[in-house]
Every structure is written in structure tokens, then in C-alpha cells.
Design a protein around this ligand. Structure first.
Ligand code: GLU
Length: 365
């Protein structure tokens, strides 16, 4: 399969198919697929729904239309069950990451999530993300895990996004109603017509329907991430994927947007500071595609915050060689410049990761 890092979103219908606790009925095959991907050296981040569905039988409720507070209570107890259900299929450790829309909108929290995921992937851990439903309010939540997963795919710079649910993909009409509905294997452009084909959710414990899946696909492809909607109830789809056969609907990434990200970094983002690099760092950035480490920094100019865009300058020739997003502010950088990455935590008392500017957030000029 032609990807390096994928977000796999698994819907409640697969995690808790009977809505009475979690089950391995579908999750086992998904876990096996994840393990095969990891064995091929690919990085996987799982976004799993099912907290509410898994906790449903543990909280008293009278009606199928659950109140928000009942759902919150269910999600908090069901989340434990859901995590335990995943962990039993993996030899590697799983981590739990609970986030809301507010966390993704806040730059510091966004960077924290990004670092946590990156460090966990480097350590062979499977991050499992869900919305923090217990504390999220209508205004602070993403609201559905399809869109949440698309945002996570952006945070961790995935190049592939799988949305697994109990439907085969996008159909020309609702296949439950129309016998002549046809699966659309490839969607190059998400138009109003595609949205019009999306039906509504029939599962009262899951939030999304086809509409949120298409919204999520749109977010992802705009960020250069190929997206698939796939029926995770059919274990044979995973064999197909491993053989590079598309078993569902594929939305192809917008190639122009990939360039646009670099374009945005290069042209639209005002630099807040300057970081001067020694010859070793200049060579590593230009010729080896490396990230910038504190050891290669000789000096820092101007005030900037973590997350700001900075100019990377060759101290010898004074030439601007790259632009990128600094993960440390100017004060912290002055203290760690010239030092080995291992020393960051002891010098600063905190650690935002080994690198100062990650390769993915840098454009060589
Ligand atoms: N976060 C919800 C849960 O874990 C699911 C939201 C969704 O289905 O999109 O139950």
C-alpha cells in the first residue's frame, strides 16, 4: 500500500455492533490489518468511536433518544471498555488520547497533541483517539468522529485516511432503499451532487452518517491526504487493501494543495524570528532532508513563540536557506542552542521533542 502514515477511523457500529458492550466481531480483523500495516513499517493512528455505545448497557436510560448527560456518563465508562477491547488484540501498547475541538483550535494544545502522537509512534505505540465526550459541550466539541479523525489526520500529517463503517462506500442512491444504487469507486472532486447522495445516519448511538464522512473526506483531501470510505464489517476488504485494490470509495488527494502548503509556508507566513545555523545543520537540511536540531543552531534573533514561523539562515554566508515552524520560543532556543537534544529536558525543565523545526514543517528556499 502506498502510504507511510494513516489515520484509521472506526465507527461505533464496528466497535459495539449490538450496542450492548464492545465486541471483537469486527475489531479483530481491523486490528490484524493495523498490525500488518505496522509490520510493513507504516505508522497508524486509530480514531475509535464506540465510547457511548459500549457504555450504553451500564447506565440506566429510558428511551432510545438519549439525553446529552446520559451520553456523557455512558462515554466515560464505555471508553474504558472500548480501550480494553482494542488492547487485547495488540502485543504493542495502546495509548488513549481524548480531545475536543477546543484542543485542536488552541496552538499550544495542538502542538502538544502533535508531539505526543509523534513520540508515541516513534516508540511503537498505537495512539487511539476519541472525542473527550464527557467534558465536551455542543460548542467545544467537533461533534462526530469522522470530522474529528480528519482533523487528527491533519495534526499528525497522515498521507492516508481510512473511514471504516458498516457501509461499502458512497452510492449513487441510498442502497437500503434503491436496488439500482451503484457504488462509486473513485471520487476526484467533492461536489454538491456528491453531498446530495449522502443519506442520514440511522444509528442513534453514532453521530455521523454519510454526510459527515464526505465532510471529513473533503477536509482530508484538501490537505493532500488520500481518503477511503470502506465497509469494515467485511474482513475481505483488508486483504484487498493489502493488495492495493480499492474495496470502497476512494477520494484522491488534491495534489495542488500539497504544493499549496509549501506555498503557504513560503509566501504567506510572516517570519517572526531568525535562527542561524552552522555548516553541519545547513548540509543536513539541504542535502539529507533532515529536521533542525538544537545542536546545529549558533544564534537566535528576535522574539517569537513556539509555533511561529522563522527564517533559517546559514551563519557563514548569511543566506536564507529555509523557512519553518519553530517548536520552541526564542528564550528556550537561546538556552538549548548548540546542545544535544537529550539535554533539552534538563535545561528547560520541559521538552517539546528532539527537533526545533520538523522537516514536515519546513520549506527549503
Ligand atoms: N465519540 C463518540 C463515541 O465514542 C462517537 C462519535 C461518532 O460516532 O461520531 O461514542
Amino acid at each position: 500500500m502506498n502510504f507511510n502514515r494513516a489515520v484509521i477511523k472506526v465507527g461505533s457500529a464496528l466497535v459495539a455492533p449490538t450496542q450492548e458492550g464492545c465486541s471483537g466481531k469486527y475489531t479483530l480483523a481491523i486490528a490484524q490489518f493495523i498490525t500488518k500495516c505496522q509490520q510493513q513499517g507504516k505508522e497508524i493512528i486509530l480514531v475509535s468511536s464506540g465510547g457511548v455505545a459500549a457504555g450504553r448497557s451500564l447506565i440506566q436510560h429510558g428511551s432510545p433518544n438519549l439525553s446529552l448527560s446520559t451520553k456523557k456518563a455512558m462515554s466515560s465508562v464505555g471508553q474504558m471498555q472500548m480501550m480494553a477491547n482494542w488492547q487485547r488484540f495488540f502485543d504493542i501498547p495502546c495509548s488513549q488520547i481524548l480531545i475536543t475541538q477546543e484542543d485542536l483550535a488552541d496552538r499550544r494544545r495542538f502542538i502538544s497533541i502533535k508531539h505526543t502522537i509523534r513520540i508515541q509512534l516513534d516508540n511503537g505505540i498505537l495512539p487511539i483517539v476519541n472525542e473527550n465526550d464527557t467534558i465536551a459541550s455542543a460548542s467545544s466539541s467537533v461533534g462526530d468522529n469522522d470530522n474529528l479523525a480528519a482533523l487528527v489526520a491533519q495534526v499528525c500529517e497522515a498521507d492516508c485516511f481510512f473511514i471504516l463503517s458498516d457501509i461499502d462506500g458512497v452510492f449513487t442512491k441510498d442502497p437500503n432503499v434503491h436496488d439500482d444504487a451503484v457504488l462509486i469507486p473513485e471520487i476526484d472532486k467533492i461536489t454538491d451532487e456528491i453531498y446530495a447522495m449522502a443519506g442520514v445516519s440511522r444509528n442513534h448511538l453514532a453521530t455521523g452518517g454519510m454526510k459527515t464522512k464526505i465532510q471529513a473526506a473533503e477536509k482530508a483531501v484538501e490537505n493532500g491526504i488520500n481518503t477511503y470510505i470502506i465497509n469494515g464489517t467485511r474482513s475481505e476488504v483488508f486483504a484487498s487493501l493489502l493488495q492495493e485494490i480499492n474495496p470502497g470509495t476512494r477520494f484522491s488527494a488534491d495534489k495542488d494543495i500539497i504544493t499549496a502548503k509549501k506555498h503557504w509556508l513560503k509566501h504567506s507566513l510572516r517570519s517572526h524570528g531568525k535562527i542561524y545555523l552552522d555548516a553541519g545543520a545547513v548540509n543536513a537540511l539541504i542535502n539529507k532532508g533532515a529536521s533542525l536540531l538544537p545542536s546545529g543552531i549558533t544564534s537566535v534573533n528576535n522574539k517569537f513563540e513556539a509555533g511561529d514561523s522563522v527564517d533559517l539562515i546559514d551563519v557563514k554566508s548569511k543566506k536564507l536557506i529555509a523557512k519553518g515552524i519553530s517548536l520552541y520560543n526564542h528564550n528556550d532556543l537561546k538556552r538549548i542552542m548548540g546542545k544535544h537534544s537529550d539535554e533539552i529536558a534538563s535545561i528547560l525543565g520541559h521538552d517539546e521533542g528532539d527537533v526545533v523545526v520538523h522537516r514536515d514543517e519546513m520549506v527549503i528556499l
